[in-house]
Write a protein that binds this ligand. Structure first.
Ligand SMILES: Nc1ncnc2c1ncn2[C@@H]1O[C@H](COP(=O)(O)OP(=O)(O)OP(=O)(O)O)[C@@H](O)[C@H]1O
Ligand SMILES: [Mg+2]
Length: 238
């Protein structure tokens, strides 16, 4: 059972401007997102609308638009769309005990906010300022130390900072947290993260469709490339 099992978009909005012009958002209007697996991935090409959707769902769930926990309220730049205000989330009876919204793009600002709050908060993040950790280390510290059981985690491209080994570490940690009753919603391009056991993969094109691991584009294309890089490159570059 998931904390959030469905995301609906209401009809009272101005359809002539971003984000309501995005095909994925139009699709959502007629087709609510069903989040029935403990891990749901949103994948799709650059510009497909993953961040727009993930951020709106995070905002509707009560997270700060720039990321952090549900108690973070800082803003360095208001870039979020108003989509979150138009979403209705269906919550289960079980409420998350904790949660985090991780945006690779603005995690730096979240770290600055953690440092500003100070007062022992670093203990929850591995014992020191995440500014003193590398980009990837700070993500892994966050997931290892701050994430816990029965949490709701919304992640936007966690792989942005991670090596292949780092992705495998995160995959294992996600699995552990799912076993402990957590829910993940993750926008990703990573063929490694997409392999999370029991996950639902939603691919955004002009529509939002459930796909299998093998047919998800990051997997199929990477596999194709790695199968014969030389041949792939000849086609690409000719
Ligand atoms: N504030 C904004 N105003 C207008 N258009 C925007 C705004 N933010 C994003 N867009 C446009 O909306 C589309 C979807 O953007 P979004 O960031 O959701 O894509 P994405 O799927 O997360 O892409 P990526 O894989 O590159 O992160 C893009 O074409 C983008 O240019
Ligand atoms: Mg994005």
């Amino acid at each position: 059972m998931t904390f959030i099992s469905q995301v609906r978009l209401d009809e009272r909005h101005d359809t002539r401007r971003y984000p309501f012009t995005l095909p994925a958002v139009r699709h959502l209007l007629a087709h609510p997102l069903e989040l029935t697996s403990p891990v749901t991935f949103l994948t799709g090409d650059n510009g497909a609308g993953k961040s727009t959707l993930v951020e709106a769902i995070a905002v509707a769930a009560g997270f700060n638009a720039e990321g952090g926990t549900q108690s973070f309220r800082f803003a360095t730049k208001a870039t979020e769309s108003s989509l979150g205000d138009h979403l209705t989330l269906r919550w289960g009876v079980r409420k998350p005990r904790t949660g985090f919204f991780l945006r690779a793009e603005s995690f730096y600002n979240v770290i600055t906010e953690i440092d500003r709050i100070g007062g022992g908060i670093h203990a929850s993040y591995g014992g020191r300022s995440l500014h003193e950790r590398s980009h990837g280390e700070s993500f892994i510290d966050l997931m290892t130390h701050r994430f816990g059981p029965k949490g709701l985690y919304v992640l936007d491209e966690p792989e942005a900072a991670l090596s292949v080994k780092g992705c495998l570490t995160v995959l294992r940690r996600m699995h552990e947290l799912v076993e402990a009753g957590s829910q993940f919603l993750v926008a990703t391009h990573s063929p490694i993260l997409l392999a999370a056991p029991g996950a639902t993969i939603l691919e955004i094109t002009d529509t939002i469709d459930e796909v299998s691991y093998d047919t998800a584009e990051p997997v199929a294309l990477t596999r194709n490339f790695l199968g014969e890089p030389g041949r792939f490159l000849r086609h690409l570059l000719e």
